[in-house]
Design a binder for this molecule. Sequence first.
Ligand SMILES: Nc1ncnc2c1ncn2[C@@H]1O[C@H](COP(=O)(O)OP(=O)(O)O)[C@@H](O)[C@H]1O
Ligand SMILES: [Mg+2]
Length: 489
Amino acid sequence: MGRLELKLLALLVLLTGVPLGVAFWLSGPLFERSLGAGLNPTIARALEDAVDVYGEYVRAEKARQEAVARSLADSRALADAAREGPAALERTLRRYAAAPRVFRVVLDPAEGSAAPPIEATTPREGDWLRRTVDLPVEGVPGYGRLRYTFGLERAFLERFERMETEVIRPFGALTADRERVADVFAWSFIGYLAGALFIAAGVSVYVGRRVTRRLQHLREAMEAVAAGELDARVEPAGRDEVADLARDFNQMAERLGAFHHRVQYLTQVSAWQGIARKLAHEIKNPLTPILLSVQQVHRSYKGDDARFRRTLDTAHEVVEQEVGTLKRLVENFSRFARLPAVTLAPEDLVAVARELAAAHPEIDGLEVVAPAAPLPLDLDRGLFRQALTNLLKNAHEALRDADGPPRVVLRVEPIREGGGRVVVEDNGPGVAADRRAEVFEPYVTDKHDGTGLGLAIVKRIVVEHGGAITLDASPLGGARFEITLPPPA
Ligand SMILES: Nc1ncnc2c1ncn2[C@@H]1O[C@H](COP(=O)(O)OP(=O)(O)O)[C@@H](O)[C@H]1O
Ligand SMILES: [Mg+2]
């Protein structure tokens, strides 16, 4: 695991663990207190007492009803009523039956008696739990037993039962388990904390890996560039700072590559210039003695051999001409060898192009396409003019034996990302695709009087400006040279 990953892990664990731990620490006593307030043994006892009170009440009511029944069976009231007659007996029974919670009071005939049972009933709504007390009766002729039926309302009983099973008993159990409840709370909190820490650790490792993996790619690319692989690039995935860094790195590698190529090219050019200088020197020195010697031979022949005279004349003429050509060549070589380095200054590319075109009226069909606004760039005015002159001259030469009206277009335009573009194109024969790379090398020419240095000079000047030059087929039908120049510093 990398150091960044470790840091992230520590941070996230701290960020989740500390607040949760503090919450646990703070809520522990709070929980204890609320647990104490709720699961209080006093409350549990009071609740149990309530159940007892209820039981007591039920028992007391039963006892009271039984006492009433017994007092009726034992009292003289029944015997007194029996003396008055069955109607009075029934009245008495009805009075008792009308008491609260009493349903029925019945006098049953004694064994062997033919008397009919006397009964008083009070109809009552609702669901009742009934109970009948059967008691012996004395002093009522013909009758031996009293059945007294009373009831307790079932809904009322059930309410208490429910209260007992659903509230009082569980509450009592909970109160007895108070320690365990606190433990469960603590353990669930600890479990929650552990889970949160685990998730935090997972997230931090995942995020950390993602970042470090991308940084690792960046580092590999950097090492590759440092080892000379200038085309090493990284995929700038995402939109964060690491992606920005990757993009910046790619841009830097791009620039480094371009810079490297430029340096390589300029080194090569300077080697060519060295050769040109040597060649110029070596060729130039013997030229004058050769010419002088031939002139002297030509002059000093005084004989009258006409054929020899003619031969001498021809030789003199040829040597003079060829020496002239060689001298021009030497001049070209030394001019290429002495080509100065560019000194950049702010210039208007549009103005440079227009002036140049105006200075070359001999080029037939030359047109300038340029914006009205100036295009400010850093240029070496003299050398850049020379470069454009070489391109225009080549176009002019290419059109020398073209049929149809000649066309040479000099186009100047700004580049959207900054900088400028110069295009020189013509409707001549063009350059075959497989020759387009080599024509920029020195001494490559297909003209009998050419040096092949023109385009080499153009490219050197453009590259020294920090620009680039390409050769393509023009839509006009001929060659299309395109120079791109960087924006001013
Ligand atoms: N506009 C053009 N149309 C066709 N061919 C061209 C053009 N410009 C350059 N060339 C080709 O590139 C060669 C090299 O050009 P250059 O370096 O200027 O040397 P030179 O003009 O002395 O031949 C030319 O000989 C010619 O074959
Ligand atoms: Mg040329």
